[in-house]
Design a protein around this ligand. Sequence first.
Ligand code: FAD
Length: 324
Amino acid sequence: MSASILVIAEYRDQSIRQVTYEAIQAAKQSTSEETQIHVALIGFELDQAAHNLAKCGAETLYVMDHEDLRDYNPESYAAAVMHIIKESGSEGVYLGHTAIGRDLSPIISSRLDAGQISDVTAIEKAGDEFVFTRPIYAGKASEHKVFRSTPWVVTIRPNNIPAAEVSESDAERVDLAYPKPDSLRTTIRNVVQKSTGTIDLAEANVVIAGGRGVKGTEGFKPLEELADVLGGAVGASRGACDAEYCDYAMQIGQTGKVVTPEVYIACGISGAIQHVAGMSQSKLIIAINKDPEAPIFKIADYGIVGDLFEIVPLLTEEFRAAIA
Ligand code: FAD
């Protein structure tokens, strides 16, 4: 395929996001023996992160550490990535299909004049080709795509490809200076974090989501307790966000976040197609709804017909006892 592949690490809130290791594994799955895998770490004050990433199984770890790269800015990050692509001689680029990856990948693709496949959930080898699978039509179908030429850019949906295992040897660290653009059309003044719990919704293994059925801000409390016990994150339908029961940062669906956890528990969510678009690829779906005809039951592996305010605390109690 390509002689050299670059994985753009996702570094946020002083930590390397899990999707970075999944993208490294994706790179390993889509290479031949001779292909070299490099990782790019971009940000500010990166020594600890670089140390943590060293055993990711890559040949080289390119580190670009500069105060101007403290916060993600598409212009500065695109300049940084383009420089690392050139230095590493990479013909293929992997990013996470995250807010940053979705923003950055088309910029990189257009600058490279590259082909792009987004939101990849699986990679398979068929003969000499690597076939990339991505869900389409809100998860109702999937398409298989191949690249016919280089360069190319791929984004990986979090939680679908297993993370790369820790390697015995360290990647060679190469520090590169930031090629500061003469001027930026936008600059970041400050970043205001919206609190949606400590676990990133897009990367959570367990998601407890509340809909309009939670009936208010307070109604999310039992869901938060269940998420706490299961080590999960709390999400929401747009119905709940529109009703101002919770922040839009929690919205799952076509116009919100796409999640693919091991377990998704929908509480008081009807299952509108736009919601399903963001959660239908979850491994196990459990729906709690008092309406037995609610569409969410059509895609649920397990359905509980009843009042979420009775059922969710019971589940919390049972799981707490089972885990203790
Ligand atoms: P409702 O449809 O009102 O369902 C509430 C459910 O709660 C009902 O099924 C009811 O039986 C149940 N319930 C009530 N009380 C209880 C109780 N005590 N116990 C158990 N169950 C109870 N929606 C999204 O979610 N994400 C998106 O990204 C999104 N994008 C959209 C984009 C567009 C362009 C459009 C037009 C719509 C979009 N929507 C999206 C909105 C979507 O169409 C639905 O309106 C929304 O998902 C409904 O939210 P809900 O299921 O919480 O509310």
